[in-house]
Design a protein around this ligand. Structure first.
Ligand code: DGL
Length: 265
């Protein structure tokens, strides 16, 4: 099998939680490009039109760099821009976060009550809810926007027992807990970094991690798990990204990203 180039992007560092999972499975690519749009993060508080415009530029950049398949490692773009991207880039495989995670949640739930956490744009769009109810109309879906989660992660409030993050989680998860959900989709790729806090508020609840589900979907058992070469690109200060990336990738991986001008694409 010939090896090729996979593109992965997010608004910032969140998509690294997806990249981490992709690097844990054998994939049919020997080169991986990661783009974090750090100059324009967050996407989740923006209008659909802006998110679509940003996402088109992100895809153009990765294609120009040689990507043959693209993983949209951002719940917000997957919810708000997927249809437009598929229409414009119809000759390239694009994988978003919604379908795989909705399917995983549908398999996991016992009582049919599923919580969805996401950015404002993701929850407003309703993509996870639609996908879940397309699988089973009887699912009860409790959706909660969590606008403070991305800044908490971007600014590193992820240390064990951080009191601010803990209180924020308690507040945001109240409805899902009261509603009796047994499964919760972490519908934003930043959120796996808050999983210990979320799990503490929702004991016994199954948390669905987009990255793990996408990695399962992309894994090629016939490939050897040889580590692909990863190149990182950002649209703003690369030093800050490089410092955070190690934590996000959950390894001692050395990251040296290149700053690009995304407005050119
Ligand atoms: N990581 C992105 C997501 O999955 C959102 C972060 C942002 O708001 O830019 O939704």
């Amino acid at each position: 099998l010939s090896k090729g180039c996979l593109g992965v992007f997010d608004s910032g560092v969140g998509g690294l939680t997806v990249l981490r999972e992709l690097l844990n499975v054998p994939i049919a690519y020997d080169r991986v490009l990661y783009f974090g749009d750090t100059g324009r993060v967050p996407y989740g508080s923006r209008s659909a039109e802006t998110i679509i415009q940003y996402a088109r530029q992100d895809v153009h950049f990765l294609l120009e760099m040689g990507a043959e398949e693209i993983i949209i490692a951002c719940g917000t773009v997957s919810a708000a821009a997927m249809d437009d991207l598929r229409r414009e880039f119809d000759d390239i495989p694009l994988t978003g976060m919604i379908e795989v995670s909705a399917r995983a949640a549908a398999r996991a739930t016992q009582n049919g009550i599923i919580g969805v956490l996401g950015t404002q744009a993701t929850i407003r769009n309703g993509a996870y809810q639609r996908q879940l109810q397309a699988i089973n109309r009887d699912f009860r879906v409790i959706s909660t926007p969590c606008p403070l989660f991305v800044p908490l992660v971007e600014y590193g409030f992820t240390g064990e027992n951080d009191p601010i993050t803990r209180l924020t989680c308690q507040r945001y998860l109240e409805d899902i807990r009261a509603g009796g959900a047994d499964t919760v989709i972490l519908g934003c790729t930043h959120y796996p970094l808050l999983a210990p806090f979320i799990a503490e508020c929702l004991p016994g609840v199954t948390l669905i991690n987009n990255g793990i589900e996408v990695a399962k979907a992309l894994a090629c058992p016939e490939e050897s798990a040889g580590a692909p070469r990863v190149e990182y690109f950002v649209s703003d200060d690369s030093a800050a990204f490089d410092r955070n990336a190690g934590i996000f990738l959950g390894s001692s991986r050395q990251v040296r990203s290149t700053r690009i001008d995304i407005e050119r694409y």
